[in-house]
Structures are given as structure tokens and as C-alpha cells.
Design a protein. Structure first.
Lengths: 367, 349, 305
């Protein structure tokens, strides 16, 4: 049984009247070689992602490189076209939109980028950068637009006079604020934050995180917050999706996830974070090996080669674990963590030798 | 017991230090003026010790690391009054030839980006073997043998096959292991690691830190770990130097720093870090931004961002004062602790 | 992944992004002027341009006049005819002056044509999607494989002699291939940058992105290539004229004068020396300027403290 049936996985985290709803989202990148693009295989960047985002929440998406979180953000906004799956924003099927309708929809969903140095056009003043959205959607023109730009700059903590200056005159944190102002200019209701603080220093990080939180209140925003830093996620998110090789492997409310992570990968991830307190002695789970390539994922459970669950056995390399609800509103993809719908009999048929057992090695991360 | 606090820290007795940096000053000429990236840094590292140098961008920590190996090129200049004493010699006074014999052999460096530090057209085995050949004049075969051994030592499986692979065929974590192998193959006495895990995933970072600890134990070498990540420092270092504005602003043992951080910048840094083990709603921030190295503020360089600043801080530039024992802090509050105001727990931006 | 935020200047002291010029000293024009060699080249080209514009007032004789075809032909340089006379007793200096007008205008206009076509083609290929890109680029690759002069000869041979406008079109349309490739490569790289993605995310149309975001970035390399292109066009025009396919009589261009001097190379050397020297000096000047522009485009011109 190989991978690929993620597309039929039931959705997690469903809510009534969600702002954003994904079903079976798939994005494959073909690997080509040679003159005429002979196919060498596919990179399965997203392999069947299904969840809901509630209005006003911050959904954290966390994972390491190659897990697909950046692709997820871009695919939702159709900055990259999905290969398959459904994306519904406020009930509207986004994939069906074209031309002017798509452009109008773009107002409602914006993105903040990771690299403050690449996300601003170095040859445009920051005022022009922020103004562009206002002009495209005819929200304001001329002097009115300039005035709005000044307001936006002040709202993100920059002085209005900075509008005439160029990006290279600003620090990373300030440029990131410009990017936020640009996104706010079109008055979106949903913002994908793609690692917005990863490239910033610690003290600047804190400023931007606080800013994002304040703006969420004042503008009634919903965030999809993508990060690799679990500490930042804990401060920002209400619910969290953990991704590995293009799939969601765990999904829970933020406190539940940090208190009691169920998926062995999440457990390892949490224990790997260096904590700046030399007095906490924790069992460090050091994973073997590296994140495998998304072009050639392992069979069965994609995490099994590195997994340290005591009940790991041959069945793990044969059965693709479904994402199941292990506790109220807490899903994980591991049939060795009970309860599981994958019966012991079917596990044995696949070669299982060890019975599933609850394995929660992390004495809760205090707090 | 404890030495009286508030007195200026004297030059530490460095006779038994492995490396003793005295008054290091490095400046760069830029279109915007002279940038004093490192402005009077003094510290020493004992043999086998792990010292962490922590600070944000613009504080001068990377330039300090590069200076130890004299890797500063024009328009950067090291002040002739600075001294770096290592194994009985001043590294800054050595000839080009002599310093080359130190680099890679007695002092080695590992950088942040493993991909750009490795040569893409040579196999990883060749790159490690080259270090051996250059420093020991060993034969190709002997050098290759050493390279394979080193690859095994840094935890790469099937080292003989790996040695024949090219950097692009390895993942980020593996490449960093190769770099560590290259740095340590000559068993240097001091390893300078500049953000060695920042470009790596968190789970791989844990592996690499584990490796560094293990190798340090086995080889008995000293490590200068330069990073912005206090968490990494807490895991690995025994002593910490906090840098800001081209200077060391606090120096203490690991436990002491986290228990009793004295300098307001250190305190601000600790408070601003999002922690996976706490649930504060709002992070306290350090207001303002790092000043540019072309224009350090007069007096205390942190005063524009410090909640405790008073008139003395604009007039005088603080020395490193003793807080207790070997804990020093570049802050007048060490002399006038009553001036420390209660800081509002939540600061809005 | 975290990257320690770099300083806003790199260690070598040059700003990381090409900044807007803040003072006169830092503008590209100032940079061109600062360098002695480039200054000489600029002055030379300005002088040539003035010669071309003021030709009717500068030329001592009518370039087409053949006053005395028997006694005055092939005269060596003298006070009356500083560049001598040609086989038709025409004053070579006057022909050179008018020839400057013809050669320069052909070269510049042809360059403008090829730059425009090449940029448009490259932009379309890079922004138009994989299929469009593949088709357009295979086309350009094929055309690039043909040596330019052969291509031109092929065209010209079919039409016999060409008027000046026709020459401009033909030279221009044979020179855009390299520009197209250049533009396409640059634009493909730019297309992936975050600020372009951000513009798409805001809902900007592709045409608007091309003009507002992409073109300003490719302007520098295009300018450099275009400047080199002037030199190339000058040589091509001269070459065509030399082979007999240049401007029709009695108009003169440097190439056609060169051609006339071919038969009397030794006896009337001035007929070859004048246009030859003019060609060499102007192409050299153009290349010096283009070289310096290329340095400027990469930010190396900014003054250091």
C-alpha cells in the first residue's frame, strides 16, 4: 500500500462556517530532465491536505524543510496552482475563479513573506510599494491614496515620512513592517504569514509578533501562520497543524499539542528545541537520519524510518496511518498510538509484532 | 568569597588561557563612514572550555570570530594595538605563512552555510583529505584514509562511499558534519563555530549539537560558539559573553547568567525570546533598534533603549564592572544598583 | 530558517541593492564622467554627434559634387581638401562629415529597433508560460545559429541595394536575438522573486508587473547590451557597404567610402584611412562606455569613504 491516498483522508479540525476550507489539496512538481522534459518522477510537495480555518483564529502550520508548509501557503492563495483538491474561501470555490473575479478575491487574502530583503522591490520607494494595492483595486487614488499610505505606515509602527525612502535604507524588521502594511492596504480578511519572523533578530521578532497580534484584533484578521519555530507558534496560534512530507501528521489546539503531543514526530520536534534554561533537564529525543526527499517518500508511514516509538514494527512500513481523532479535537496519524481504527488484526496481517501502546515520553513542557 | 561588586574588572590573569584576546578593535571603511564593528573586546578561553558568544546582528560577534583567524580583509582593519595571544604568540603579528599554519591546524572554524563553504566540484573526501595534505604533507592515500575515518567520526554512515560523493548529493545536516570533519581532522586546540546550526532544521540541529559535545569531550578541544540563539548556548556552553554595540556587555557562567542576568540588554533578550515552555500572551520587547556601527551612541551604547537610563549614561562610557565573582556587566547599575527602576512588565511597541 | 540579519552594507562596503542616487556624486552619469577614459570616449561621441547634426554647416564642399573629374581625382590631402579627394574628385572630408550622419543614425536607429524587438520578445517568452517560452526560444536559438552577416547578405542579395530606412530595418532586425535571450534570462530569474509574487498576490496584471516591477530591473543589462550593440551595428553597416550593399549613391557612409578606397588602397590611402580610423575610434569609444556602464550596473561606481 503506497502513499497517495491522502487525498481521500477525512478532514480535520472542521468547524461550522469556516473562513477557509481545504479538501484533498495536492501539489505535485514534476521532475524533468533532458531537452523535452522527460519525466523523472514527481516531488509530492502537498499530498492531500484537508482542514478548516475558523474565522478570527490563527492556525499555526509547523514543520521542517521539505514538509510542504510554504507550498501550502502559496497554493491556498493560488500563487502556485494546485494539482488537485478543493479550496473554499468563505464558501466560494477559489479554483474556479478566473480573471477579474480572481483579482477581486485576491483582495481578501494576502501574504506576508519570509525574507524581508527579497519581498520588497528595491527600486520602488516603500510608499509606492504600499500604494500599489490601493491603485490596483481602485480603493483610493492620488492624494487620498498617499494619505492612506501614511496611515498604514503609522499603523505598523513606521513614521509616515519613510514613504519616500527606499528599502535598502531600512533594517529587516522595518522592511517586514512594510510588507505587513502592503498586505493591509487592500483590507484583507485572511493573511498567510509565511515565516514572517524567521529572518529577524530575537528582539525584533518580538516586536513583529506583538504587532501581528495587535493587528489581528484591530482588523479582525484570520491568520494562517507558517513557521518552523515551535516557540513562536506557541505565542501566536490557537490551533496547530504539524506537517511532514506534504501531509498533516498532527492537528490540535495549541495547548493540547504542547502539553501532550501524540505523533512521535511532534514529540521529537518539541524535545529538540534548545531551551534557554540550563536547569531544565529533559529527555532529548534525538532522531536518526534526515528528512527524506519528497520525491521519494518512504512507504507506509512516511516517518517510520526515524520513528522512536517503542511499538514500531514492520506494519509501520506497510500501512499508511490515517489521521485519526485520538482525543477531542486532537488528531494524529499513528496507528500505534491508541485509539486507532486500524485494527490489530490488519496490523498483524501487515507484519506487526508489537501491540500499539500510548507512548508519551515528554513530561509536559512546563507551562 | 565574593569580590566587591561595582569595581571595574581588571584584566583577567590569562597565563593559563589557551587564547587571550586583548583589546580587539576592528573597523571597516564604508560609504557611510567608519564602522567600528568590534570596539575593545577582551576575553580568554581556557583549554577544553566551551564559551558562548551571543548577540544579535550588528553586535560584532562574527567579526570577532573571523579576527581570531585573521580572516579580515580590507576595507576591514584590525587595530595594531589589539593582541591575540595563542600558544605563546600574538596571532596578529605573525607572517602570512605562519598564520596559515595555524588556520585549520591549531584553530579551525565552522561556518553557518554548509553549502557555500564546501567546494561543489570536489568530493567531500577530497576536501577533508586536502586539509591533511596541506598541513602534514601526507600522501594522497594516507590523507584519504584519514578523511574516511573522520567522516565516520562525525557520524556519517558508509563513510567510504560517502567520501566519494559531492556536496550537492548530501543533505544540509550531512554537509555540516563534513564541515565539522574538515575543521577537526587536524585535532585543533580551538574550534570557532559561527552559527553552526542556524541553517539547519530543528531535529538536525539537535543531532549536530550532540555531535559537537561528543567530539569536544573526546578531543579535549576548546570551543567558541557564536550564535544569536540563547537556547543553543544553554545547551552547550559553560561560560557566556553577551555582545552589543561592538563590545562585551556581560560575561558570566551559564547558570549565573540565566539565574541573575544583570545587564538590561541581556534581561531584555531573555524576556523577548518566545519560549516553547512558557505561555505568556505578550512578549516584552526591547524598544528601538540596534544603532549602526558607524554611529555608536556616546556614553553607554544601550542607553537609548534602556529603561533605566539616567544622565550619567549619556556622559560616561561604562567599563566592565564586577557583579559577583567572575560575573561582569558593562553597566553603571553595578555601581548604583538603587537606580534600577521597576520595569513595566508589558511594553507596547 | 533563521538567517542572522545581514548588515545593510556588505563587508566590502558597497550597498547590497543598487540604491537610488542620493547625491550628484553617486549618479551613473557622474560615474561615467569621473573616469578619464570614459570621459574621453563620451566627449568623442558627443563630438561625432555634433558633426553629424551640423553637417551642412561644417562640410566645406558639397559631398556629391564632382568638380573636376580629371585633374582633381585622387588628390592627396591638402589644405583645400584636408582628407584628399576620391576617384570622382569629390572632397573626402565633406563625404566623411555627411557619412558620419548616415553611419551614426543607421547604427543608433538599428540598435533602438533591435533593443525594442528583443526586449518585447524576451519579456513575452519569460512571462508567457512554458509552452510559449519553449516555442519562442527555439526560434531564437535557430536564428542565433546563423552568422549575422550571412543572414544580412541573404536578405540584401534578394533586394539589391537598399535605402537607408531599409538598411536600418534590416540591420536592426538581425540584431535582436541576443537581446531577447538576455532579457528572457533576466526576467525568468526576476519572476521568482518575492516582490513579484507579492505583486501577483495583490492582483496586479501581468502587463502591469512587467512594466512596474520587471523592466526597471532589466533596464541596466539592456542598456549595456544596447550600447555594445551600437558598435556592432556600426561595423555591420560598414561591412555591408564594403561588400557593395550599403547606402545608395551618391550618399556616403563610412563603409561606402571604405569601399571606394579599396581599389586604390596604396595609391590613395587617405580614402581608406579616414573611414577606417573613424570606425575604429568610434567603436572603441562605444565599447569603453558600455564597459563602464556594466560596472555601474553592478554597483561598483559608488564612492568609498
Amino acid at each position: 500500500m503506497s502513499a497517495g491516498n491522502g487525498a481521500s483522508a477525512p478532514p480535520v479540525g472542521t468547524v461550522a462556517s469556516p473562513l477557509l476550507s481545504l479538501r484533498g489539496l495536492v501539489k505535485h512538481f514534476p521532475l524533468t530532465s533532458g531537452w523535452f522534459g522527460a519525466s523523472k518522477g514527481t516531488v509530492r510537495a502537498l499530498d492531500g491536505v484537508s482542514f478548516d480555518v475558523a474565522r478570527g483564529e490563527t492556525l499555526g502550520v509547523v514543520g521542517e524543510s521539505g514538509c510542504g508548509k510554504t507550498t501550502l501557503g502559496r497554493t491556498i492563495l493560488r500563487l502556485t496552482e494546485p494539482t488537485a483538491g478543493e479550496i473554499r474561501f468563505d464558501g466560494v470555490d477559489i479554483r474556479a475563479l478566473k480573471g477579474r473575479e480572481l483579482r477581486t478575491m485576491r483582495r481578501r487574502m494576502q501574504m506576508i513573506f519570509q525574507d524581508p530583503y527579497a519581498s520588497l522591490n528595491p527600486r520602488m520607494t516603500i510608499g509606492t510599494t504600499v500604494k500599489e494595492g490601493l491603485l490596483i483595486h481602485k480603493i483610493a487614488r492620488g492624494a487620498q491614496a498617499d494619505h492612506r499610505v501614511r496611515q498604514l505606515l503609522e499603523e505598523v509602527g513606521l513614521r509616515a515620512e519613510y514613504a519616500a525612502q527606499y528599502p535598502h535604507e531600512f533594517s529587516g524588521g522595518q522592511r517586514q513592517r512594510v510588507g505587513i502594511a502592503r498586505a493591509l492596504a487592500v483590507e484583507p480578511s485572511f493573511i498567510v504569514c509565511d515565516e514572517p519572523v524567521s529572518a529577524l533578530d530575537v528582539s525584533v521578532q518580538a516586536q513583529v509578533i506583538n504587532l501581528l497580534r495587535d493587528l489581528q484584533q484591530s482588523h479582525a484578521l484570520t491568520y494562517l501562520f507558517i513557521a518552523h519555530d515551535l516557540a513562536v507558534i506557541r505565542h501566536m496560534a490557537t490551533r496547530v497543524a504539524v506537517m511532514y512530507l506534504g501531509r498533516i501528521v498532527e492537528f490540535a489546539n495549541v495547548e493540547d499539542l504542547y502539553r501532550e503531543p501524540i505523533m512521535p514526530y511532534t514529540q521529537a520536534l518539541l524535545s529538540a528545541i534548545p531551551v534557554p534554561d540550563p536547569k531544565t533537564k529533559r529527555q532529548r529525543i534525538v532522531l536518526a537520519g534526515e528528512v527524506p526527499s519528497a520525491a521519494n517518500p518512504p512507504s507506509g508511514c512516511v516517518f517510520h524510518p526515524r520513528c522512536q516509538h517503542p511499538a514500531k514494527d514492520a506494519a509501520c512500513s506497510r500501512i499508511v496511518p490515517p489521521l485519526e481523532e485520538k482525543a477531542p479535537a486532537h488528531w494524529a496519524a499513528c496507528f500505534k498510538q491508541p485509539p486507532s481504527g486500524v485494527s490489530w488484526e490488519s496490523q498483524q496481517q501487515a507484519g506487526a509484532t508489537k501491540m500499539p501502546e500510548r507512548h508519551l515520553p515528554l513530561v509536559s513542557i512546563r507551562g | 568569597m565574593t569580590s566587591p561588586s561595582g569595581i571595574a574588572a581588571s584584566e583577567p590573569a590569562a597565563s593559563d588561557a589557551l587564547i587571550d584576546v586583548q583589546n580587539l578593535r576592528v573597523a571597516f571603511s564604508t560609504p557611510a563612514g567608519l564602522a567600528r564593528a568590534v570596539d575593545g573586546v577582551s576575553f580568554s578561553i581556557a583549554p577544553g572550555e566551551t564559551v558562548g558568544m551571543v548577540g544579535e546582528s550588528g553586535c560584532g560577534k562574527t567579526v570577532t570570530g573571523l579576527s581570531l583567524l585573521r580572516l579580515i580583509e580590507p576595507p576591514g582593519l584590525i587595530d595594531p594595538a589589539s593582541r591575540i595571544l595563542f600558544e605563546g604568540r600574538d596571532l596578529l603579528r605573525l607572517s602570512e605563512r605562519e598564520i596559515r599554519r595555524v588556520r585549520g591546524r591549531r584553530i579551525a572554524m565552522v561556518f553557518q552555510e554548509p553549502m557555500t563553504a564546501l567546494n561543489p566540484v570536489f568530493t567531500v573526501g577530497d576536501q577533508i583529505a586536502e586539509v591533511v595534505r596541506v598541513h602534514e604533507g601526507a600522501s594522497r592515500r594516507a590523507a584519504w584514509q584519514r578523511a574516511v575515518e573522520m567522516l565516520e567520526r562525525v557520524g556519517l554512515s558508509s563513510p567510504a562511499e560517502r567520501a566519494k560523493q559531492y556536496p550537492h548529493q548530501l543533505s544540509g545536516g550531512m554537509r555540516q558534519r563534513v564541515l565539522i570533519g574538515m575543521a577537526l581532522v587536524m585535532r585543533p586546540a580551538l574550534l570557532i563555530a559561527d552559527e553552526p546550526t542556524t541553517a539547519l532544521d530543528v531535529t538536525v540541529q539537535a543531532q549536530i549539537l550532540e555531535l559537537l559535545r561528543e567530539l569536544q569531550r573526546d578531543f579535549g578541544m576548546a570551543v567558541l560558539l557564536i550564535t544569536h540563539d540563547l537556547g543553543v548556548i544553554a545547551e552547550t556552553a559553560t561560560r557566556v559573553l553577551v555582545m552589543y554595540g561592538g563590545e562585551i556587555v556581560e560575561q558570566a557562567s551559564m547558570d549565573e547568567l540565566f539565574a541573575n542576568a544583570h545587564h538590561p540588554y541581556t534581561q531584555g533578550l531573555l524576556a523577548a525570546m518566545p519560549r516553547v515552555d512558557d505561555t505568556r500572551e505578550r512578549l516584552t520587547t526591547i524598544p528601538g533598534t540596534v544603532p549602526p556601527p558607524t554611529a555608536w551612541p556616546s556614553g553607554c551604547r544601550f542607553r537609548d533603549r534602556c529603561p533605566h537610563a539616567w544622565d550619567r549614561t549619556s556622559r560616561e562610557h561604562p567599563d566592565l564592572f564586577v557583579v559577583s565573582g567572575s560575573h561582569t556587566s558593562r553597566c553603571f547599575l553595578a555601581q548604583e544598583p538603587e537606580r534600577r527602576r521597576a520595569v513595566v512588565a508589558e511594553q507596547t511597541e | 530558517m533563521h538567517r542572522a540579519t545581514p548588515l545593510s552594507y556588505d563587508v566590502a562596503g558597497a550597498p547590497l541593492d543598487a540604491p537610488a542616487p542620493e547625491t550628484w556624486r553617486r549618479t551613473p552619469v557622474a560615474a561615467l564622467w569621473r573616469d578619464g577614459g570614459t570621459r574621453a570616449a563620451l566627449l568623442l561621441l558627443i563630438a561625432l554627434a555634433l558633426v553629424a547634426i551640423l553637417a551642412p554647416w561644417l562640410a566645406p564642399h558639397d559631398p556629391a559634387a564632382q568638380p573636376d573629374i580629371i585633374t582633381l581625382k585622387n588628390q592627396a590631402p591638402s589644405v583645400a581638401h584636408p582628407f584628399g579627394t576620391d576617384p570622382y574628385s569629390r572632397d573626402v572630408l565633406s563625404r566623411m562629415i555627411y557619412g558620419t550622419r548616415v553611419s551614426l543614425s543607421i547604427a543608433i536607429l538599428a540598435m533602438l529597433l533591435s533593443t525594442f524587438v528583443g526586449t518585447a520578445y524576451g519579456l513575452t517568452a519569460a512571462l508567457g508560460g512554458r509552452f510559449t517560452d519553449a516555442v519562442l526560444m527555439r526560434g531564437v536559438d535557430t536564428l542565433l545559429a546563423i552568422p549575422r552577416i550571412l543572414l544580412l547578405l541573404g536578405v540584401v542579395a534578394m533586394w539589391g541595394s537598399l535605402s537607408v530606412p531599409a538598411l536600418i530595418v534590416v540591420i536592426g532586425l538581425s540584431g535582436w536575438f541576443a537581446a531577447a535571450r538576455l532579457v528572457r534570462t533576466q526576467v525568468l530569474a526576476l519572476r521568482e522573486r518575492d516582490f513579484v509574487t507579492a505583486a501577483r498576490g495583490l492582483g496586479a496584471r501581468t502587463s502591469s508587473i512587467a512594466v512596474r516591477h520587471i523592466l526597471p530591473h532589466v533596464a541596466s543589462p539592456i542598456l549595456v547590451a544596447a550600447t555594445f550593440g551600437i558598435g556592432a551595428a556600426l561595423v555591420i553597416e560598414a561591412g555591408l557597404a564594403y561588400l557593395g550593399f550599403g547606402v545608395p549613391e551618391p550618399q556616403a557612409s563610412w563603409g561606402s567610402i571604405l569601399r571606394e578606397g579599396h581599389d586604390v588602397l596604396v595609391s590613395a590611402w587617405w580614402l581608406s584611412a579616414a573611414p577606417g580610423a573613424a570606425l575604429v575610434i568610434s567603436v572603441l569609444a562605444v565599447n569603453v562606455i558600455a564597459d563602464r556602464l556594466r560596472d555601474i550596473a553592478s554597483g561598483r561606481h559608488l564612492p568609498r569613504a
